[in-house]
Ligand binder design. Structure first.
Ligand SMILES: Nc1ncnc2c1ncn2[C@@H]1O[C@H](COP(=O)(O)OP(=O)(O)OP(=O)(O)O)[C@@H](O)[C@H]1O
Length: 464
């Protein structure tokens, strides 16, 4: 962890170890910057630095959150983005997490196919992206980590280089560190995407299980097939009330109304009872998922998708089970580089690189020095006509307080977190042109097995 002393150039000292290139995005928690490592080992390696916003009234990061950050540093899997460093600015007590940089994400890949090339994503690519997503998720779930906010922009894909076309799940664990998506976001009326949110959460379930991630994977699988969000409910301002009638209505319309027969614990969900009048407003009897996603109801792809979109979370397929599904055993089999063409002779799709806004500085407001070296391959936005940096959700403040930040330091995060350290092979069944890599140990040895919210305690039988 770097310290927050400032150099003359008004930059935090820890930032001097990087060449700061520019802003690449803005999300719920704050800004994301592209930087390059300066040190001889890993020189030029690209890093994404997430700056977490400081809240005005900041009541601080809880000790639990501090443990969460520690745990995130231990997460090592080929299909999960690596947290390489943690930095704190003492001056404003803002928190920065430095991750391995990925050139693409599923949001942009889908958008490119839909809006630019007007062509579906080839079967091999869909299958490889999905397999790797499930592989990373299986690792997270095996380590008691529920993502809780899976969506296309959180599923990164590596650009050119040794890991070209490898999927990396991003943003896991962050909901736990700050605010849970379902908590009240009273101050600024943040807009959140609920398209990937599981029905049990929309109906007021109080606890997350890993099944919520599998629902999101089902939505993402369908979106990869059709290039359109599957359940595109009206986006809403976050409220303390998780009940979202329009989103539920979109789901019911495609999957049919849930019944107690299909989903026995439905009766216990708060909004199923409280809002039954609204919910029963339309009675959708017939499921038509297969026609919406243009799949034969007998196809393995449809079978897998419908198991991911099972209403009852206890019956929903797990990541481990999904990886064994027949869909992945049929040709074309999934591979490590998801972005290579499906058949020999087929052209590569040229996915755009991330636009980089070089006009926003690290404080997120003023102009950055324009003399910064610009990365090859990265498009520069900012002042350029038509240039933009995606802003897919209105950011909301987070609770990082002085007192808690000092606690974070007390937890001794001072060492560099394995920059360039060995990346864990994900055990992908088949690689095109690359020998199959061995499965790596999937379980992390947890330092703290005790009562961590979001990391269910060890039980004998538990649905993951
Ligand atoms: N490690 C990374 N490498 C490259 N780009 C990244 C990385 N992490 C995040 N990004 C990109 O930065 C942008 C903002 O990410 P961020 O996770 O903050 O917000 P989001 O996913 O768009 O929305 P939300 O905050 O609601 O999850 C997105 O385009 C995302 O794909």
């Amino acid at each position: 962890m770097g310290d927050g002393n400032r150099s003359n150039s008004n930059k935090p000292e820890w930032l001097l170890q990087y060449d700061l290139i520019g802003k690449i995005g803005e999300g719920t928690y704050g800004l994301v910057f592209l930087a390059r490592i300066k040190s001889p080992t890993n020189r030029g390696k690209s890093i994404a630095i997430k700056k977490f916003k400081q809240s005005k009234d900041g009541d601080g990061v809880s000790p639990t959150a501090i443990r969460e950050i520690m745990l995130l540093r231990e997460i090592t899997h080929e299909n999960v983005v690596k947290l390489v460093n943690v930095h704190i600015n003492h001056t404003d007590m803002s928190l920065y997490l430095a991750f391995d940089y990925a050139e693409h994400d599923l949001y942009e890949i889908i958008r490119h196919h839909r809006d630019k090339v007007n062509q579906s994503i080839n079967q091999y690519t869909v299958k490889s992206l999905l397999w790797q997503l499930l592989n990373g998720l299986n690792y997270l779930h095996s380590n008691w980590i529920i993502h809780r906010d899976l969506k296309p922009s959180n599923i990164l894909v590596m650009g050119d280089g040794e890991e070209h076309g490898v999927v990396k799940i991003a943003d896991f664990g962050l909901a736990r560190i700050y605010q849970a998506p379902l908590k009240p976001l009273s101050e600024n009326g943040v807009v959140v995407t609920i398209w990937y949110r599981a029905p049990e959460l929309l109906l007021g379930a109080k606890h997350y299980t890993s099944a919520v991630d599998m629902w999101a994977v089902g939505c993402i699988f369908a979106e990869l097939l059709t290039l359109k969000p599957l359940f595109q409910g009206a986006e809403v301002k976050a409220t303390p009330n998780p009940f979202q009638l329009d989103q539920l209505d979109k789901i019911f319309k495609v999957l049919g109304h849930p019944t107690l027969e299909k989903w026995p614990s439905l009766a216990n969900l708060p909004h199923w009872q409280q809002d039954s009048q609204h919910i029963q407003g339309h009675k959708y009897d017939n499921a038509n998922l297969y026609s919406v996603v243009h799949l034969s109801p007998k196809s393995p792809a449809y079978d897998l998708l419908s198991k991911m979109l099972e209403y009852d979370p206890r019956r929903r397929i797990t990541a481990a089970q999904a990886l064994e599904h027949e869909y992945f055993k049929m040709e074309p089999q999934p591979g490590r580089n998801a972005l290579v063409p499906c058949t020999p002779g087929e052209a590569f799709v040229n996915y755009p690189t991330r636009p980089v806004d070089t006009t926003t500085d690290f404080e997120g407001t003023t102009n950055m020095q324009q003399s910064q070296q610009v990365p090859s391959g990265a498009a520069i936005a900012g002042n350029m006509p038509g240039g933009h940096v995606s802003n897919r959700s209105v950011p909301r403040p987070m609770n990082v307080g002085m007192q808690r930040m000092h606690q974070l330091q007390a937890y001794n995060l001072t060492s560099q977190a394995g920059m360039g350290g060995g990346i864990n092979p994900g055990g992908i069944p088949m690689q095109r042109g690359v020998p199959q890599q061995a499965h790596q140990q999937q379980q992390l040895r947890r330092k703290d097995q005790m009562g961590m919210p979001g990391y269910p305690p060890q039980q004998k039988s538990r649905r993951m």
